[in-house]
Design a protein around this ligand. Structure first.
Ligand code: ADP
Ligand code: MG
Length: 631
């Protein structure tokens, strides 16, 4: 008796999108179904390590892909782990991963077809891609360890529901039968199917078979006697000699591993023999995965022990800031029954992790000599790499060299300058590398503190990413150079030009006192400065005090921030300051004083305690000016 069940709402949405928006690259269903079959076989072999029953009747993994032009079907058969009834509900009726919403959002935003196809694999909704070419899918499956009469059949037209019924099935494993749509009949053609299968299965470790094509003229030869032909090499790619592997093979294997539709940017393949023996094949993607910033995204490498697949997403092989790397580790020094817990504190893992990290950082250093190519990498992964500054002290020096910043040197706003570039350009008596943290490149340029550096032609790095404040506090030195924020630089002591002459000091004495009284405990002090060109004033904190920008970031994140009592520095040559010095009315004096204070907080990326005050003051002032003109 067949039972009809409805799909989980998310599955419906995914199906809707997949069937109504994918018109090109439809052949990816082949990749997805073969990869599911191969996963199932690896799972069965793995479980068989601890439970012999699972392997009863199992000799060797095999996948068969059989088109039937008359019936209009393509069948994918495997002798993998199989599914029981609840597996069917869970795996083919719901989407387990939390990424569904991200997937749906991603699909809506996808620029083109290839973006969409990339998403299907990444979010683990690969099975449903069958409905791109099929209007009905039948899954017949028997779970390893279950008798022949405890098998199940799942049937759906991919619209809103599926049917499940008990059947009997002679062999353990799964058959997925696609009833091909009228407009997708091309996939039934032998050559096209074969070509696609070969392309997507060459790096699969399980043998994939297709029916042998029997030609009239070689009916007599031996070859034609065999009903099936193996189309892939079915050896673990990473165990092969490096120079026997073509770039295309590396590329296809990456796509299989990562579900990335695009090829890799680069890879590292090392076969290490020594105290510890292991092979690593590590890939650098071209583009950041859609869920790189999602904390529960799957990350990490695939682990094999002596070519037996052990587990996916092993995080322990890489530091967190290299979570975008995809790949495989195959070790001979771990037990086959190694558990996730055991991986937490294992000497072998530690050794492999260190070597993987070194290799990756070295590769990036090499990459970085090609500025253009590295710019693309940096754009995608720079912000993740910055986490390494705080996370990986051992390699901090290497990571420092990989950082790229936007700078007043090139005025493009593009993050393309390294700390080494900066140091090579700076005059030998300059002690610090100067930077400013701002919400954006333009905002950085408009900081009043920038005026002095501009005037003097001193280069300033402009840090505009959210993580920069955090990173920069962990990066106080590059070689023997300090990194100093221009908002905290004590330049007045160093440059005689900035000394305010005694005459001005004397003239302004009263106004400084009057201002200090007016501001009261809003400020630590009010002083004069010559470093400003266009701005009337700016605020500075104590040497190690948090910048205003950081305070705002912390506050946004709900962190407590200590009170901020800056020193207000006034430009004695500015007309506003001069007007202030001459202002008789207390009311007008207060108005200008408040404007000066508030705007200098604002231009530093700080947050005003009473934003309304600044707006009101400006309006009052402008209104007064306008009515003066009208008189
Ligand atoms: P993913 O492979 O990323 O998990 P899919 O949509 O491709 O996502 O498959 C969903 C799930 O269905 C798989 O995780 C697996 O548990 C199950 N499944 C699919 N095909 C097979 C198969 N041939 N044999 C056993 N289980 C399968
Ligand atoms: Mg899959």
């Amino acid at each position: 008796m067949a039972v009809t069940k409805t799909f989980q709402a998310e599955v419906n949405q995914v199906l809707q999108l997949i069937t109504h928006s994918m018109y090109s690259k439809r052949e990816i269903f082949i990749r997805e179904l073969i990869s599911n079959a191969s996963d199932a076989i690896e799972k069965r072999s793995f479980l068989g390590l601890s439970d012999a029953k699972v392997l009863e009747g199992f000799d060797k993994g095999a996948i068969y892909v059989v088109p039937d032009e008359k019936a209009g079907t393509i069948t994918f058969s495997d002798n993998g782990i199989g599914m029981d009834e609840s597996d069917l509900d869970e795996n083919l009726g719901t989407i387990a991963r939390s990424g569904t919403k991200a997937f749906l959002d991603g699909i809506k935003q996808a620029k083109d077809e290839s973006d969409k196809t990339a998403l299907i694999g990444q979010f683990g909704v690969g099975f449903y891609s069958a409905f791109v070419v099929a209007d009905k899918v039948t899954v017949r499956t028997r779970k390893a360890g279950q008798p022949a009469d405890k098998a199940h059949q799942w049937v759906s037209d991919g619209v809103s529901s599926y049917e499940v019924e008990a059947i009997s099935k002679e062999t353990v494993g799964t058959d997925v039968v696609l009833h091909i749509k009228e407009d997708a009949k091309e996939f039934l053609q032998d050559w096209q199917l074969r070509q696609n299968i070969t392309r997507y299965s060459d790096h699969i470790r399980v043998a994939v078979y297709v029916p042998n094509i029997v030609h009239e003229d070689d009916k007599e030869s031996d070859k034609s006697q065999e009903p099936f032909e193996q189309v892939n090499q079915a050896t673990a790619l990473w165990t092969r000699e490096k120079n026997s592997i073509t770039d295309e093979e590396y590329g296809e294997f990456y796509k299989y591993l990562s579900n990335d539709f695009d090829g890799p940017m680069n890879w590292i393949h090392k076969q290490v023999e020594g105290n510890y023996s292991y092979t690593m094949l590590l890939y650098f993607p071209k583009r950041a995965p859609f869920d790189m910033w999602n904390r529960d995204q799957t990350k990490g490498l695939k682990l094999y022990v002596q070519r037996v697949f052990i587990m996916d997403n092993v995080e322990q092989f890489l530091p967190n800031y290299l979570r975008f790397i995809r790949g495989v580790i195959d070790s001979s020094d771990l037990p086959l029954n190694v558990s996730r817990e055991l991986l937490q504190s294992n000497r072998v893992i530690e050794v492999i992790k260190q070597s993987a990290t070194k290799n990756i950082l070295n590769m990036l250093e090499k990459k970085s000599s090609d500025k253009d190519q590295y710019k693309d990498f940096w754009q995608q992964f720079g912000n993740v790499l910055k986490e390494g500054i705080g996370e990986d002290f051992q390699n901090q020096e290497k990571i420092q060299k990989l950082l790229r910043f936007s700078s007043t040197h090139d005025e493009t706003g593009v993050q393309s300058q390294s700390l080494e570039d900066y140091v090579a350009r700076m005059p030998s008596d300059q002690e610090s590398i100067y930077y400013v943290v701002a919400d954006g490149y333009q905002a950085g340029l408009y900081s009043p503190h920038m005026e002095y550096f501009k005037r003097k032609g001193i280069e300033v790095l402009v840090l505009t990413d959210r993580i920069d404040e955090w990173m920069i506090t962990r990066l106080s030195k590059f070689g023997d150079k300090n990194l100093t924020s221009i908002t905290q630089a004590k330049i007045d002591d160093k440059d005689d030009e900035l000394k305010v002459d005694e005459k001005t000091q004397e003239e302004m004495k009263d106004i400084l006192t009057r201002l200090k009284e007016y501001y009261n405990d809003r400020v630590t002090d009010v002083v004069l400065t010559n470093k400003l060109t266009h701005s009337p004033c700016c605020v500075v904190g104590e040497n190690h005090e948090m910048t205003l920008h950081l305070r705002r970031v912390l506050k946004d994140a709900g962190q407590p921030v200590p009170d901020f009592k800056p020193t207000l520095e006034l430009n004695p040559n500015h007309v506003m300051v001069k007007a202030l010095a001459e202002e008789q009315s207390d009311e007008k004096f207060g108005l200008i004083a408040d404007i000066l204070f508030d705007q200098s907080i604002l231009s530093e990326g700080g947050e005003l305690s009473e934003p309304g005050r600044l707006v009101k003051n400006y309006n009052d002032w402008i209104a007064a000016e306008l009515s003066k003109n009208a008189d």
